[in-house]
Design a protein around this ligand. Structure first.
Ligand SMILES: NC(=O)C1=CN([C@@H]2O[C@H](COP(=O)(O)OP(=O)(O)OC[C@H]3O[C@@H](n4cnc5c(N)ncnc54)[C@H](OP(=O)(O)O)[C@@H]3O)[C@@H](O)[C@H]2O)C=CC1
Ligand SMILES: O=C(CO)COP(=O)(O)O
Length: 341
C-alpha cells in the first residue's frame, strides 16, 4: 500500500455492532490491535450489565472487559467510527444495517462478520447488508476458524479478510491485525461468505454423527464431501475454489466440525442423541446459524442447480420432519460415483 493510500484510511476508532459472544470478542481483538473501540449492543440490559460488571455474562462469561472498551445501546455513537464490524446474527443483519445506515459517514467500511444466508431471500450477507446500507458504502467480510471464547482470551487465531478493494482490504488487515489475531487478505468476498455460512450446516451433520456414535470415519467423510458441496455452491455464485481451501473454507469447516465448543455441532449432537430441535433451541440463548442457513442454502442451491445432499439432509431433518434414521439411510444409499466428476 502506498503512503497516500495509507493516509486515505485512518482507522482510529472501530465500531462493533452486536453484543453477542463474537461481537464482544472482536471488540477485544480491535482493542488489542490498538484501536479505540465502541461496542453497540441492542439490549440496554446487556449494556448496563457490561458497564456494571466489566463482563458480558449473557454471552461471553468469564472474560474481563477493560474500561477502555466503550459500550452503548445508542447507534448514533457509531457515527464517530472510522470502520464498523457488523456482528449481528445473519437473519437480523439486514434490519440492523437499515438502522445503522443513517449513522454511517460516506466511505466508512462495514466489515460483515456474521456467517449465514438470509432465509427469505437466499441472499448472501453482502447482498442483504449492501441493500440496506447507503449506495456505495464499502463492504468487506471477516470469516474463518474463530471460536469467540478463544479470540477473547487472546489465543492465536487466523482469519480471512475479504474485500474487493485491495487497498481497503490491506488497510483493514493492518487496523485489526495483531500478534494473536492474524487476518489474511483476499478479494473473494463471495467465497469467504459461502464457506462461513455453509460450514454451520455441515457442523450440525457432524454433530449428529457424534450424537449417534457413527464414528470418526463418518465425520471425516462428511467434512470432505461437505467441502465439495461448499465449493460447488461457491463456484456457482462466482467464488474461487482456492478460497474454500483457506481459512474461511476448510479452516472453519474443520474447526466447527471437530469441537463441541461449536454451537452448531453441539446442536447436531443433541439431535443425534434424540432430543428435539424445539427443546434444544428453548434451552439456549445463543444463535446456531446453521438451523436457519440449512433451509436458505438448500433454496439457493436449487435455484443454481447445485447438488448439496448433506445440506439437504440437514434441512429435511430440521425443517421437514424427516426422521434421522431415514435421512442417514438416504445419504448412505446414494449411488456410487466418481469423487470429482
Ligand atoms: N460465537 C462465535 O464463536 C462466532 C460467531 N460468529 C458469527 O457471529 C454472529 C453473531 O454470533 P454471536 O455473537 O456468537 O451471537 P450470540 O449467540 O453470542 O448472541 C446472539 C446475539 O444476537 C443478538 N440478537 C438476537 N435477536 C436479535 C435481533 N432481533 N436483532 C439484532 N440482534 C439480535 C443478541 O442481541 P440481544 O442480546 O440484544 O438480543 C446477541 O447479540 C453469527 O452470525 C455467528 O455465526 C462468527 C465467528 C465466531
Ligand atoms: O463460527 C464459528 C467458529 O468459526 C463458531 O461456530 P458456532 O457458531 O457453531 O459456535
Amino acid at each position: 500500500m502506498t503512503e497516500s493510500q495509507r493516509a486515505a484510511f485512518q482507522f482510529r476508532r472501530i465500531g462493533v455492532i452486536g453484543g453477542g459472544a463474537w461481537g464482544t470478542a472482536l471488540a477485544l481483538a480491535a482493542l488489542r490491535a490498538g484501536r479505540e473501540t465502541l461496542l453497540w449492543a441492542r439490549e440496554p440490559a446487556v449494556v448496563e450489565a457490561i458497564r456494571a460488571t466489566r463482563e458480558n455474562r449473557d454471552y461471553l462469561p468469564g472474560v474481563p472487559l477493560p474500561e477502555a472498551l466503550e459500550v452503548t445501546d445508542d447507534l448514533a455513537g457509531i457515527g464517530a467510527c472510522d470502520a464498523v464490524l457488523l456482528v449481528s446474527p445473519a437473519q437480523h443483519a439486514r434490519a440492523v444495517s437499515a438502522r445503522l445506515a443513517p449513522h454511517l459517514r460516506p466511505g466508512v467500511p462495514v466489515v460483515i462478520c456474521a456467517k449465514g444466508i438470509e432465509l427469505d431471500s437466499h441472499a448472501l450477507m453482502s447482498e442483504a447488508v449492501g441493500a440496506a446500507l447507503p449506495a456505495g458504502q464499502p463492504v468487506a467480510v471477516l470469516s474463518g476458524p474463530t471460536f469467540a471464547a478463544e479470540v477473547a482470551r487472546g489465543l492465536p487465531t487466523a482469519v480471512t479478510l475479504a474485500c474487493a478493494d485491495t487497498a481497503l482490504g490491506t488497510a483493514l488487515v493492518e487496523a485489526l491485525g495483531s500478534r494473536t489475531f492474524r487476518p489474511y487478505r483476499s478479494d473473494d468476498v463471495v467465497g469467504a461468505q459461502v464457506g462461513g455460512a455453509v460450514k454451520n450446516v455441515l457442523a450440525i451433520a457432524c454433530g449428529v454423527v457424534e450424537g449417534r456414535r457413527l464414528g470418526d470415519n463418518a465425520r471425516a467423510a462428511l467434512i470432505t464431501r461437505g467441502l465439495a458441496e461448499i465449493t460447488r455452491l461457491a463456484l456457482a455464485l462466482g467464488g474461487r475454489a482456492e478460497t474454500l481451501m483457506g481459512l474461511s473454507g476448510l479452516g472453519d469447516l474443520t474447526l466447527t466440525c471437530s469441537s463441541l465448543q461449536s454451537r452448531n455441532m453441539s446442536l447436531g449432537a443433541a439431535l443425534g442423541e434424540g432430543r428435539t430441535l424445539q427443546d434444544i433451541l428453548a434451552a439456549r440463548r445463543s444463535v446456531a446459524e446453521g438451523v436457519y442457513t440449512a433451509a436458505a442454502v438448500v433454496g439457493l442451491a436449487a435455484k443454481r442447480g447445485v447438488d448439496m445432499p448433506i445440506c439437504q439432509a440437514v434441512d429435511a431433518t430440521l425443517n421437514h420432519g424427516a426422521r434421522l434414521e431415514e435421512t442417514i439411510d438416504g445419504l448412505l444409499s446414494r449411488p456410487f460415483r466418481g469423487e470429482w466428476h
